[in-house]
Design a protein around this ligand. Sequence first.
Ligand code: PXL
Length: 281
Amino acid sequence: MKRIVTLQDISCVGRCSITVALPVISAMGVECGILPTAVLSTHTMFQNFTCRDLSDEIEPIADAWEKEKLSFDGIYTGYLASAEQCCQVEDFFERFRTEDGTILVDPVMADNGKLYPAFGSDFPSKMAQVCSRADIIVPNITEACFLTETEYRTEYDESYVRSLLEKLLKLGCRTAVLTGVSCDPDHLGVASLDRSGESFSYFTHRCPQCYHGTGDLYASTLMGGLMRGLGLGEALALAADFVVACIEATAEAPDARWYGAEFESQIPKLCAMLEMKLKKL
Ligand code: PXL
C-alpha cells in the first residue's frame, strides 16, 4: 500500500483540509500520514475562529521521521498558515522527496478573485516558491492569477486558460492543473498542461451550488487516484466526478450544512468509480 503525508491545517469543524484528506485518501486505499500546519476551530469562512500556528512542530516531527527512516510515496500540501511556513514546507520537500515520489501542491490561498482573510499580499510569492518545487500543482483560477501576477477575469476563453497554464509551468512545476475552469455557462471543469506539452481537460455540467472545501476534496481525490496508479487524465476525471457527486448530495440533503460539502455519503460511490477505472488499467 502506498503511503503519503499531507501537510495542511486541522480545521476542527468545517469539512476541509485534513478532515477531508484523511477520509478520502484512506477510503481510496492509500495510507495517509498527516503533518498539521495549524489547528483552527473552524475554517476561516466562519465569522469567529481561533488559529494556533504549529510551525514550531514541523521541524521536530520531520527530524523524528528522518531518524525513524520513514519515507513517503507522495507529499500533498494544502492550506499553510503563514508565509514563513511556506519556507518550512520547501525544506520538508528537500528532506523527504524521493526519486519516484509525487509532490502535489494545492496552493490554497484565494477564491473568487480574493485572498483568504488570513493572508497578506506577501503570501502569493512565497506560495509560488512552494509550487516551483512541486510535480503537480492544482490552483483555482484566482490562485493561478495571484501566482502568476495575471489579471483575474470572470469571463474568459480557452486562450486565457492556456496562457495561465503556460505561466504556471514557468514557475517550475512539472504539471499544472487549473480547477474551476468555465469557458461557457453550462460547464465547469479542469484543464492541465505538462512540460512535455501534454494536456488534458475534463468538464461536467455546472452545478449552481457552491460549497466550501470542494477544492480540498478535488486535490485529495486526485492524489489518491495518482497513488493508486491512475494516469493523470483518469485521476482528474475521477476527482471531478466525485466533487460533482458531493455537491449534488449536499444540494439534495434536507439537513445540509452551509459550511462544507457532504462527501461522507458519496464515499462508496468514489470507491466504486475508482475500482471501475482500476479494472481498465
Ligand atoms: O478549503 C480551504 C481551506 C482550508 N483550511 C482553512 C481555510 C480554507 C478556506 O477558507 O480557511 C483554514
